[in-house]
Each structure stands twice: as C-alpha cells, then as structure tokens.
Design a binder for this molecule. Structure first.
Ligand code: COM
Length: 498
C-alpha cells in the first residue's frame, strides 16, 4: 500500500541527441554534482555555471525540466486552458456568433496532443537551452546513488564534487484507503497518459492542483463529485471562497466536505467510492478516482548520509538550502514546503551562490499564489479576516461591490462574459490596514490578472500605500482594477470601504 503502488506513467518517446548531453569526468572534482535536473536542479546548475563554477547534473528521466513539463504545471495549464474554452462555449453557445458544443467532450485526445507537443518541442527546448545557451553539463537516464557527502555512483562509476545538491522532487501522496490500487484510481501523473474516457469521476482531496483538474473534468462533461476531509479551500478569503464554490456548484460539481473515506470499491476496476458523511455511509458510483491528496518529497536518496529528515519526508534545510551536512544541499520540492515553482528555481540559485562562496539566504518575501477552477484565482498576503485579527480593522476595496450584479472585471477574456453573464465575470478585492493606509492583501477571481500578482507582493512588502498606488498608470481596460479603484478612495483622510 502507500507509495509502493504501481504507476501508470505518461510515456514519452523523446531521446535527446547524444551531442547535447555530456560525459561526466571521473578524475575531476566538480564544484557541485546535482542529482536531478528539474526546475530546481536545472536553474541551480545554470546559475552555478553562470558564476563560473563547474557542475555535472545526473537526471534519472529522459529530459531536463522535471515533472513541470511532464506531469505537472504544463499539462495542468493545458487542461485549464481547454476547460476555459469549453466552458465559455457552453455558456455563450447559441448567442452572438458562438456555436453550440456537445455535452460530453473527450479528454484522451486532449492529452494526446499535449504529449506529442511535449515530446517534440518542450523537451527539445529544455535540452537545447540547457546545453547551448546555459552550458549545463548533464546526462539523462542516469540514476545516481550517493556514496558519501562528496561522491556519487552512476552506472558503477564514482564521481566526486565539493558539494552535492539533491533535487529529486516529490511524488504524489497516496492515501491508505482500501481499494487504492484498483485500475482507474489515478493521480495527475497518470492522467496525462489517459487512454479511456472517464464518465463519472470522484476527486479525493481539493488542493491547489486538483481544483483545476476537477473543473476540467466537469468541462469535459463528466459527472464530478468532490470528497474532502475538511472544508475545501480554507486558505481563501471568505468572499472569494464563497464565489468560487458557488460557481463550482452552479456548474454541477457535487461537493462533500468533512467526510471520512471508507473504501474505493471495485473488482478489477474502480466502481464506487464509499464515505461517511454526518454519521451516514454514502456511496458514489464512478469509473475513475482522481487523487488530489498532496505530495511527498523524494528524500530517500539521501539516507546513506543520515541527514535530518522532516515530518513530511523532506530534507530539512536552512535558508541557504544546506542540509544538516553543510556541503549537501537540498532544493525544490525535496526540501519541503512550499511546493511552488518560484521556490524551486530560487532555491537552486541560492544553493549555487553559497557553493560559489557568496553567502545568501532566501528572502522572506510574500509568496503570491494561484489556483484554477474554471476561473484563475490569484492572491497574495492576508484575507480580510486575518487583517481584522492582526490589526483590529480592515478597509476593503472590492469590485463588484456586494449585491451588485454587474459585469466587472471588464477586460480581455471577461468582456463577453460581463455582457452575457455579468454575475459570472469575476471578482476582486484589496485589503488595506487603515491606520498605515498600506495594502496587506490582494485577491482576484477572473481572467488575466495573474501576471500582476508577481509584482504586487514585492510592492506590498515594500509598504505600498493607497496613496502611492493612486499615482500608478493603469492600462485601461485592465483585468484587476486595483489602481483605478484605489484612486477613487485615496482622497479620503479616513478611508472607507468601496
Ligand atoms: C519548466 C521547467 S517546464 S524549468 O523550470 O524551466 O526547468
């Protein structure tokens, strides 16, 4: 049981040209050997090279770029993008110039297209950029074994470095539920290789990744039921959460919160999920179970070293990404939370700097976050409730205002929606600590605002006030509206809600 279950991997036919990979040197001591060439390992290797260091990167899979382009971010966004097109055609079909589409659309061909593009373009780009532009030395299909804090063994040969950098990523967390190994119980990894058409899906767990897939399944016309141990999306601001969940229900997604999963039923293939809700046993028939139950860092490779391992199986690191053995670094998901791309890539960069003698720690910046439903949901900083708890008060700038059913935000990708389904166009909210007039949180549900959230936290951490934002230039009509809304309030000595 547990993580020993067999995967049904999304296969790839890509083989990098031999001229792009390198042969590691045996009689040489590298500044660093990277084990794993995913986002963390690839960015770390590139940064170390850029600083003039010597490295070699051993990758167990057939490509650099890791899970991101294989099973994670790229297919997740591809599914989301498909989902938005499908939903918009459904909502708009028969109006203006929009054609009507069938209720059930197939997902296997969608992932088939994804795999073909990935194998021809994405992997090739990873190879070409890594070798040609960044000068990274790497080899693929190489399982490295750690011998000691300076030595790894690959294909029976030993290679040495002053530092080891472990970047072996994470794997899906598989809960201990009877029936978990039945055919049709899949994670986001197996979904990319799907070769049948699910009709009825139960999603166990609602994290920031499974939310997007849940929506995608529904957009494809499947019957979708979510079962979760606790209330879903507890991290969202209450207003945002309410909007998101009510729109999921409106689209026909069934949600059961606070349940205890008892069993996944089936003979060879999954047939139903049994759970307890409000003291009663319930059974939802399905042909597919999608697990959104989180991830576990792949830290086992470090066991010969005896480095400290944390409660989630992560390698415990300091802010320089050093493990309990100073010349052994762990970066990316292997180093535990947060499991986000920005941390993965930055951790590689920070490890490289420290290895090259430039002492650097990860900065304590507010991390922006996003998740998908059929909407793009982006945020940084505090919820309204957290602001009130922390500062005793909060001023809110919100659009549309409560109880006003108008189509706002009004911008690219939400224009048609705002005119045909105003109540569904989206929603945004800025949270201000009134005494200092500083922003402490930004929230957005809609389309096209995500890029702004890469910069808003930096401005917020630097103390961005309502008065300062009122001097910014908006690109009208714009997705997230914060600048112009702020300008409507900045004249007030005592700020009030908008
Ligand atoms: C992105 C992978 S697909 S990496 O972060 O550029 O290596």
């Amino acid at each position: 049981m547990g993580n020993k279950r067999l995967y049904w991997p999304a296969k790839s036919n890509y083989i990098p040209p031999a001229s792009s990979t390198s042969i590691p040197k045996k009689d040489f001591v590298y500044d660093a050997i990277f084990i794993g060439g995913g986002a963390a390992g690839r960015f770390g290797s590139a940064f170390l090279r850029a600083m003039g260091g010597t490295q070699f990167t051993f990758e167990a899979d057939n490509h650099l770029g890791g899970q991101c382009c294989k099973h994670n971010c790229v297919p997740e966004h591809f599914a989301y993008d498909n989902s938005v097109y499908m939903d918009h055609l459904r909502w708009f079909g028969g109006q203006l110039w929009f054609p009507e589409i069938p209720d059930k659309l197939d997902m296997a061909p969608i992932f088939d297209v994804y795999r073909k593009v990935r194998d021809t373009n994405v992997y090739q780009f990873m190879t070409d950029q890594s070798k040609g532009q960044l000068g990274i030395e790497f080899a693929v299909y190489k399982e490295a074994k750690i011998i000691d804090a300076n030595t790894v063994e690959v294909d029976g040969e030993r290679y040495r470095a002053k530092n080891l950098v472990i970047a072996t990523g994470a794997r899906p967390r598989i809960p201990n539920i009877p029936g978990i190994n039945l055919k049709g119980v899949i994670t986001h990894q197996e979904l990319v290789g799907i070769d049948y058409e699910p009709q009825k899906i139960v999603v166990i767990g609602q994290g920031k990744t499974s939310s997007g897939y849940t929506s995608f399944f529904r957009s494809c016309g499947c019957e979708v039921t979510v079962v979760n141990r606790s209330p879903i999306y507890r991290w969202l601001d209450d207003d945002v959460r309410e909007f998101v969940i009510s729109n999921m229900k409106r689209r026909g997604i069934k949600i059961h919160e606070g349940v205890k999963i008892k069993e996944i039923k089936g003979v060879e293939k999954v047939e139903a999920v049994v759970f307890e809700e409000d003291g009663k046993l319930k059974e939802v028939p399905c042909d597919t179970v999608f697990l959104g139950t989180g991830v576990v860092p792949n830290s086992e490779i470090a066991s010969p070293l005896g480095v400290e391992i944390g409660p989630n199986n992560e390698i415990v690191v300091n802010k320089k990404f050093q493990s309990s053995i100073p010349n052994v670094y762990a970066i990316g998901d292997t180093a535990g939370l947060p499991y986000v791309m920005s941390k993965a890539r930055q951790s590689g960069m920070i490890a490289a700097k420290n290895i090259m003698g430039e002492e650097t720690e990860m900065m304590d910046r507010t991390i922006p976050e996003f998740m998908f439903t059929t909407y793009e949901i982006t945020w940084c900083g505090l919820t309204e409730k957290e602001c009130r708890e922390k500062y005793g008060d909060a001023v809110i700038i919100k659009m549309p205002p409560d109880k006003l059913d108008i189509g706002l935000p009004l911008a690219e990708r939400s224009m048609v929606m705002a005119h045909l389904h105003p109540e569904m166009s989206g929603f945004q909210k800025a949270i201000i600590e009134p005494k200092s007039r500083r922003f402490v949180g930004f929230w957005h549900v809609g389309y096209g605002a995500k890029a702004a959230f890469q910069y808003l936290p930096v401005l917020m951490d630097k103390g961005l006030t309502v008065d300062e934002m009122a001097t910014f230039h908006e690109l009208f009509l714009n997705a997230e509206h914060f600048i112009q809304l702020t300008r409507l309030r900045a004249g007030q000595k005592n700020l009030s809600n908008l």
